[in-house]
Design a protein around this ligand. Sequence first.
Ligand code: GLN
Length: 241
Amino acid sequence: MSESSLRVVWLYPDLLSTYGDQGNVLVVERRARQRGLKVERIDVRSDQTIPTSGDIYLLGGGEDRPQRLAAERLRRDGGLERATGNAAIIFSVCAGYQILGREFINDLGEREPGLGLLDVVSTRGGAERCVGDVLADADPGLGLPQLTGFENHQGVTQLGQGVRPLARIRMGQGNGTGDGTEGAWRDTVFGTYLHGPVLARNPQIADLLLKLALDVNALPPVDDRWYEALRAERIAAATAP
Ligand code: GLN
């Protein structure tokens, strides 16, 4: 983190921000400010250059064509790979997650190279899209509670040796390959299929990103009653008979 402020970069809001994923940047900002941190939020449209000195980078989901355009522009820019080399923290959702992988199938039905920041490969799933509520147990190493979210994707994602699953599915499809995994992570790079927005549903993930950025093991507690009420409501709705 820079001496003056935490730099939170929201990438390509013009292409990657389905299902309220903008909420993720709002939650990171708010939870940082609640801990007395100064935050510089940097929105980077797809026709702008990606700064390489950010602390936390966020990518959201997108429809198939915007996803291809985003991948092309991210590859051409190269800033996200450089930022990752500088130990930046990257958190990505759905289309953003697929783009961080080695490749995915684009809207033209072709294999599109990703950025290779996560050792995952996405292909097209079967006839049915993965749509609905998700409940998943986070990787025990991450110190997170059970995750809740909403998924809507056609692509399915196979994890390679270089990543760990972010979570194990209890309800829903997650990576959609039938192996029970959801999302992937390694070091400071994370991907998930969860919308919601996922950081509003699971503010502990936002805190994990902040702890990594600050290089601390704990943060001062904040009032989480609103978030916990939302979690209880969504779990009840997802598991209702
Ligand atoms: N276009 C991708 C898919 O369907 C991602 C969708 C999304 O980001 N919601 O798999």
